[in-house]
Design a protein around this ligand. Structure first.
Ligand code: DGY
Length: 322
């Protein structure tokens, strides 16, 4: 009897078409978005799940999915899955690292440049009809902050952090880096987190979200950042305390921020960052190119295909279950 696999969204890529031949495939086609209740219903008799980072897979859900053997998420981050609960149940969890590194680093650097040079603010100014004869150009017109020659501090020197470092080197930036493991990276001066925050004109966050990194960039740490610095976060929302960040921006302690990820997604209507002109906001699009998303989908399907075959997933975040 073939195994039952539930896929929570239609996927791009080539490999998804193979799955139907290898298992009893159930692909969520709507109507509407998949609710937590529908996910629970669908998983009751499933052996496998292919999900997105928007699908919350918590201990309660896993407890009701008694047959579940493997989960593959089309994402590199797996903070939406209770890994401890999955591990206790012997459920292997896969992810899609590697293929999104450059795309996500590009997004982080785009946010850095946009925040430094006030791109969103200037775009709004033009669209809103404010660019008129009386304020056509002036020496201080939309002046921003230099990127070339400035110091960038990278928090987290995994693959994406290292790819951001490469981009920064191309811009003639001095690059400082910190990682929990003390990883050494060519061209990146390894420093303590305190020193990085103190010395950097730009800080870009690239750690995973977990119990150790939740609110790692909190009010106390923000207070130690170099006055007039810019903060970029294209990793996970929970790493930065958004309320503390907004307060520092309002006070003028920080110059600007570029933020792609939020504690609550979609962003809460009362998020204080929404009202600040010097914050560039994007809706979690770090890996959003058609090519990269197709490659992520293919990796996610490859994890499922291996699991159906009784093999370890090629990209498994909890290999100790095997
Ligand atoms: C991931 O895969 O975790 C990214 O956040 C997607 O952009």
């Amino acid at each position: 009897m073939s195994k039952k696999v539930f896929v929570t969204h239609q996927l791009p890529g080539e490999r998804i078409h193979q799955l139907a031949e290898l298992c009893d495939l159930n692909l969520w086609m709507g109507p509407g978005l998949l609710s937590a209740e529908s996910l629970r219903e669908e998983l009751r008799d499933c052996h496998g799940l292919l999900c997105l980072l928007t699908d919350r897979v918590d201990a309660a859900l896993l407890a009701e999915a008694g047959q579940l053997e493997f989960i593959s998420s089309m994402s590199v981050g797996v903070d939406h899955i209770d890994l401890a609960a999955a591990g206790r149940r012997g459920i292997a969890v896969g992810n899609t690292p590697g293929v999104l590194v450059d795309t996500t680093a590009d997004t982080a650097f785009a946010l850095l440049l946009a925040a430094a040079r006030r791109v969103s603010e200037a775009d709004r100014f033009v669209r809103q009809g404010n660019w008129r004869q009386e304020n056509a150009w002036a020496p201080d017109f939309f002046t921003g902050k230099d990127v070339s020659g400035a110091t960038l501090g990278i928090v987290g020197l995994g693959a994406i952090g290292r790819a951001v470092a490469k981009r920064a080197q191309g811009f003639g930036m001095e690059v400082l880096g910190w990682s929990r493991s003390g990883r050494e990276v060519a061209g990146v001066a390894g420093v303590s987190l305190d020193e990085l925050l103190l010395r950097s004109d730009f800080v870009s966050v690239h750690t995973a979200l977990n119990a150790q990194t939740r609110h790692m960039i909190n009010a106390e740490r923000i207070a130690t950042m170099k006055p007039g610095a810019v903060l970029v976060n294209a990793a996970r929302g929970g790493i930065v305390d958004e309320v503390a960040l907004a307060a520092a921006l309002v006070r003028g302690d920080l110059y600007a921020a570029g933020i792609d990820v939020f504690e609550r997604e979609p962003i809460a209507a009362d998020n204080p960052l929404l009202h600040l002109p010097n914050v560039v906001l994007t809706p979690h699009i770090g890996s959003a190119t058609a090519h990269t998303r197709a490659r992520m989908a293919d990796l996610a399907v490859d994890n499922i295909i291996a699991a159906l075959d009784g093999q370890p997933m090629p990209n498994c975040v909890n290999p100790d279950v095997y």
